[in-house]
Design a protein around this ligand. Structure first.
Ligand code: PRX
Length: 678
């Protein structure tokens, strides 16, 4: 087992003193109860929420073993509740004036705030709008919006009515958005005119127009595109009233958007006069709440489905304990709501805990690399949550951008999305946290709904790079390739043995894929796709994906998806993409491309191939390295030997056993053609 960083950091006294869970003994006792008696443990927690009616069937019913029939997971069957009610309405009587969100714009001069009462009114108005458009329980609505309060309003309005939201991150291309609209058959898309990200202006409406057009080409009609006015100045009127008019391009201060009436509708016009009362639809515990696409190793994204009661209990409980949230805390999760981290820890988890949190539209380096810490001071943020890639990038700009700000409100500083290297962990702890904050490295996935392996800030002695121990209800195991349980110190596949409430329930429209992806390799277990180590003290260290996924800047990408984008280029016959270490992004993609006979591999072609991936998937997927591959290393049966390609990508000549390779000469050729900067 490779050397792990074994320095241990006890929880800071100040954090421990006020923590809900302040010792490992208390954690262990609660943990044991949560796995011995899940019903007892979670039903106690459920008492803190509003239920229109109690469960009628088993509190927990599941099958995790494909050998015993179809996989299913059901929590609190028959109970009726509403997540929006629990996240918003429940707090109004006593705490309506409490702030739900501080909104901080891309520009440091743009900000706003919203109380729980105001949020409730806005959610109800928008829910009434959705109703008036004929959208009902079970329908799917796509949301493609920036980080503004309206994105949470849109989500909560859907949740209020049992409409399944499918949020697509605003960095995805029109093609990716269209694929997701089509897969879920969404009849409504909610978007904004545009957004600034640092100095970059993104015309979201234009991307939605292109996506909707693509859907139309294959016969799927999006009936309504609702546009929240974000950037266009009030005085500019686009498409108002004139239903006959052809789509028009109107100039405005920052961007041009086209208007296609009657399909396109302004959010602010729709809510005019809409009532601020809208009864909640009481939903079954296992009714779907949302779907969220995540990369799949076949290249086609999977619509991960989460349901009502289990997700509610789990998002709320992980938020409370893992950030140790108390009423006077200000919480800030920097993730975009378009990813699961934003679903669980920008919207649902905080609101269910009546938390006040920050929503930030911008990027960490605009107008300068001190932006995060300036915002921390501005709002006195005490619990802060970001990705290792942001930490590494800010580290590179120097400590002065951090130390310039006080940051004395910070208590818990957490990370998510990818393994954090000890160097970045230590910088976060020493410089950002001034050696007085608890660092909480949370491991989880879109599929797990919330944290599954995580320290508790007031209890767990941490080790830089380790996500430490399982959360309540989670039973991790490490398995060897042949499915044997690795006891004690060791390494292998990270799997989970029994369901916790927040686990996904299915892949939208494809239960078979749900079983094959997560339950087939090791019957009886949920397989994460990640590898990990357990040290002699039981600490778990997640080492990264061991399937064909690459984690670029905490965004999971499938190598197959990038390969299929590359081979769509007219000069490419074959492509193979592997992961390559990257100082800031953690990992990046390294692409081997075989051209059709007689074509030259030029700088222009590399440029085109990069553009191709941007168009097909989105800018965040742009490959870092592309090299020509006159041939690829393959087994005699034709399987690409990715293990060898990973070695070539990093320039490591020790490529291991090549006895199964059909033609070894391709390897030398590939080493010769490595780009100079790789
Ligand atoms: O490889 C793991 C990595 O991110 C993957 C999940 O990605 P996604 O579904 O997009 O969700 C990201 C936000 C929860 C995992 O399979 N990952 C996430 N958190 C960590 C991590 N790897 C190591 N340490 C973490 N803390």
């Amino acid at each position: 087992m490779a050397e792990l960083h074994h320095e241990t950091f006890p929880p800071p006294e100040s954090v421990k003193n006020e923590a809900f869970i302040n010792s490992m003994e208390q954690y262990k006792e609660m943990y044991q109860k949560s796995i011995d008696d899940p019903e007892g443990f979670w039903s106690e927690i459920a008492k803190g929420f509003y239920w229109e009616s109690e469960p009628t069937g088993k509190f927990l019913d599941f099958n995790f073993d494909v050998r015993n029939g179809p996989i299913y997971i059901k929590w609190m069957q028959g109970a009726k509740t509403n997540l929006c009610y629990n996240a918003v309405d429940r707090h109004i009587d006593k705490d309506g004036d409490r702030l739900a969100f501080y909104w901080e714009g891309n520009d440091p001069d743009d900000d706003g705030q919203v109380t729980f009462s105001e949020l409730k009114d806005r959610v109800c108005q928008f829910a009434n709008v959705l109703k008036s458009l004929g959208v009902v329980k079970g329908d799917r609505v796509a949301i493609y919006m920036p980080m503004i309060v309206d994105i949470t309003v849109a989500m909560l309005a859907c949740a209020r009515l049992g409409i399944i939201h499918s949020i697509v991150f605003g960095g995805f291309s029109a093609e990716s958005l269209a694929d997701r609209i089509l897969d879920a058959k969404c009849s409504v898309v909610i978007t904004s005119d545009g957004v600034w990200r640092g100095t970059k202006l993104l015309n979201l409406k234009d991307i939605v127009d292109k996506a909707v057009e693509k859907c139309e080409h294959v016969g799927h009609i999006v009936e309504h595109v609702i546009v929240s006015r974000h950037l266009l100045p009030e005085e500019i009127v686009v498409g108002e009233g004139d239903e006959e008019r052809q789509p028009a391009v109107r100039p405005c201060r920052h961007l041009n958007i086209k208007w296609n009436a009657p399909r396109d509708k302004w959010w602010h016009e729709l809510i005019e006069g809409a009532s601020t009362d809208c009864p909640c639809v009481w939903l079954d515990a296992e009714d779907p709440l949302f779907m969220l696409y995540t990369s799949g190793s076949t290249g086609k994204p999977k619509g991960v489905v989460h349901t009502q009661a289990g997700y509610m209990l789990y998002s709320a409980t992980t938020f409370k304990y893992d950030f140790d949230y108390h009423p006077d805390d200000i919480f800030w999760c920097t993730a975009d709501v378009g990813w699961i981290t934003g679903h669980t820890y920008v919207t649902y988890g905080p609101l269910l805990n009546k938390a006040t949190s920050v929503i930030f539209e911008g990027v960490p380096t605009y107008p300068d690399p001190g932006r995060f810490w300036q915002i921390v001071d501005k709002y006195k943020v005490s619990k802060f949550y970001t990705a290792p890639t942001a930490i590494r990038s800010l580290m590179g700009f120097g400590d002065e951008h951090v130390t310039k700000y006080k940051r004395d409100s910070l208590k818990v500083i957490a990370t998510v999305g990818e393994p954090i290297n000890p160097e970045a962990w230590l910088w976060y702890y020493n410089v950002v946290g001034n050696k007085k904050c608890a660092v909480v490295d949370t491991f989880w996935q879109t599929e797990t709904g919330g944290h599954v392996i995580t320290p508790l800030p007031g209890a767990t002695p941490t080790r830089p790079g380790s996500a430490t121990f399982p959360f309540f209800g989670v039973v991790p195991e490490i398995l060897s390739e042949d499915g044997k349980t690795v006891e004690g110190e060791g390494e292998g596949y990270i799997v989970f043995k029994q369901p916790w409430p927040g686990i996904m329930r299915t892949v939208y429209g494809n239960p078979q894929r749900f079983e094959t992806t997560y339950f087939k390799k090791f019957p009886g277990y949920y397989t994460t796709g990640d590898g990990g180590k357990r040290d002699k003290d039981g600490y778990i260290w997640v080492t990264g994906r061991i399937d064909d996924m690459v984690n670029v800047s905490a965004h999971l990408l499938s190598t197959a998806e990038i390969e299929s984008a590359l081979v769509e280029h007219k000069l490419v016959t074959e492509a193979a993409v592997v992961s390559h270490p990257h100082k800031i992004k953690g990992e990046c993609t390294y692409c081997f491309v075989t051209l059709k006979q007689g074509n030259k591999f030029t700088a222009d072609l590399i440029h085109e191939l990069r553009a191709q991936v941007r168009t097909k998937i989105g800018p965040f997927a742009t490959p870092d390295f592309i090299q020509e591959a006159p041939g690829l290393p393959k087994t005699r049966s034709g399987k690409i030997m990715r293990r060898v390609l990973r070695k070539i990508a990093v320039g490591d000549k020790d490529i291991g056993d090549v006895s199964t390779m059909a033609d070894e000469t391709v390897v030398d050729e590939l080493f010769k053609r490595r780009p100079e900067d790789a």
